[in-house]
Design a protein around this ligand. Structure first.
Ligand code: HEM
Length: 390
């Protein structure tokens, strides 16, 4: 209980008077500001349209650039998270010595069935978005990789393949297919629909591994992840991802990495996961592991980027697949041990989604053995581990 004694003034009134003077001075200064901050007419400044920064050029010959060693698995628990990081404009699109392999596989997929791999919704925003993506890519590529790409006489030239593409493209289809052939990535355009959600309304997807564009076409962000059975989507991702899509601004591109185990060497499609032309769900869980050997097992890792295009305001999602036999990966310092640790940390839901029961009995003993060898040979001490995504 507070008594009158507790409220007694100090025996000397000086400190109290000092405090009172400070409060009065603060009120005096503050009052006019508060008055001023009443609503007042602010002259509206026209917003400057955002112009994508030009990348620095990379002059190294693409043949000398090995694919990046993204090894995005951590020590300890590996949770499903959004895991997005800020993207440096220079690195929007990565090119390396595997370019021709990717390009040729894409060209052959497009030849086999163009409509399976290139799609767009025929409305004004989406058509414009296809052209804008092509324009942004060409502008980026000729500045980033001037040894390879050149824009001249209304054509984009690729010195590696000898191809020439009309620029600007004549149709949205052409804009998408040309874009697909210019880079190693698959390309997706997410458009905000009348329901307020982002939908997969245009894409050029030639190397998806185990999902079919015709199935996901026009789906909302939520539906396409729910349909795929992405683990913990509702609890861990849905809210954050939707908020991210609504708020993303053109000046803040991001990137993220994931990884899967694939039981064959199909860069464009994993035949062990299902028929490419079929309609049954293809996934880690549906994989056929009959007669599987460790030499067949591949590590599939996607580097994805997300950015909002300034004119059409759509969101572009790029998917660059990095793909190697696990037997190759296992020779890299620290990798077999850390990868085995990550697999063991998955909960049941993640393990099911990634099809762990189809390969763990072959892969885990192999990784343990390779890890043991690295330890015996003192490899860990010789090589620093680096930071995520390693
Ligand atoms: C912030 C953006 C996004 C996040 C955080 C995210 C997250 C995820 C996660 C966690 C998975 C499970 C596999 C993995 O570990 O990556 C997944 C799978 C997938 N996501 Fe996303 N995603 C995003 C954007 C998109 C977009 C824009 C598309 C549009 C095509 C998409 C299509 C897919 C597909 C097709 C799968 C594989 C489905 C399957 O297993 O069949 N994602 N996503």
């Amino acid at each position: 209980m507070i008594t009158a004694t507790d409220l007694r003034l100090p025996s000397s009134p000086l400190p109290f008077l000092g405090l009172l003077a400070s409060i009065l001075t603060w009120l005096f200064i503050r009052w006019p500001i508060q008055q001023k901050s009443q609503p007042q007419k602010i002259e509206e400044k026209a917003e400057e349209p955002f112009v994508t920064p030009l990348p620095n050029s990379q002059s190294a010959d693409h043949d000398s650039i090995s694919p990046k060693l993204y090894r995005p698995f951590r020590h300890g628990p590996n949770f499903i998270t959004m895991g997005i990081r800020k993207l440096n404009w220079d690195n929007w699109i990565e090119m390396d010595s595997y370019f021709l392999r990717y390009h040729d596989m894409k060209a052959s997929e497009l030849k086999k069935d163009f409509k399976e791999h290139v799609k767009y919704v025929d409305n004004a925003v989406t058509r414009d978005a296809c052209f804008e993506l092509n324009e942004e890519l060409v502008r980026y590529l000729v500045h980033r990789y001037p040894n390879i790409y050149r824009l001249e006489g209304g054509k984009v030239h690729n010195s590696l393949t000898g191809e020439e593409f009309s620029f600007p493209a004549a149709t949205p289809d052409e804009a998408l297919a040309t874009s697909a052939l210019l880079v190693q990535d698959d390309l997706v355009i997410m458009v905000k629909n009348d329901d307020g959600e982002y939908h997969l309304d245009a894409a050029a997807v030639c190397l998806p591994g185990f999902w079919r564009l015709k199935e996901k076409f026009r789906m909302s962000l939520d539906t396409l992840h729910f349909e795929a059975g992405v683990p913990h989507y509702a609890a861990k991702l849905q809210k954050a991802m939707n908020k991210f899509f609504q708020k993303l601004t053109p000046d803040k591109p991001v990137e993220r990495n994931n990884f899967f185990i694939q039981l064959d060497d199909g860069l464009h499609w994993s035949h062990r996961m299902g028929e490419q032309s079929g309609s049954e769900v293809a996934s880690g869980a549906t994989a056929n592991s009959k007669g599987l050997s460790v030499q067949e097992i591949h590590f599939r890792s996607e580097r994805q980027t997300l950015r909002r295009l300034p004119r059409s305001k759509v969101i572009v999602f790029t998917i660059r697949t990095y793909f190697e036999p696990v037997t190759k990966l296992a020779q890299e310092p620290h990798v077999p041990g850390r990868l085995a640790e990550a697999f063991r940390s998955w909960d049941e839901t993640v393990s099911f989604y990634k099809g762990k029961s189809h390969w763990d009995k072959i892969l885990l003993p192999y990784l343990d053995e390779q890890d043991q060898l690295q330890r015996q040979n003192g490899i860990m001490e010789k090589d620093e581990e680096g930071d995520f995504p390693y």
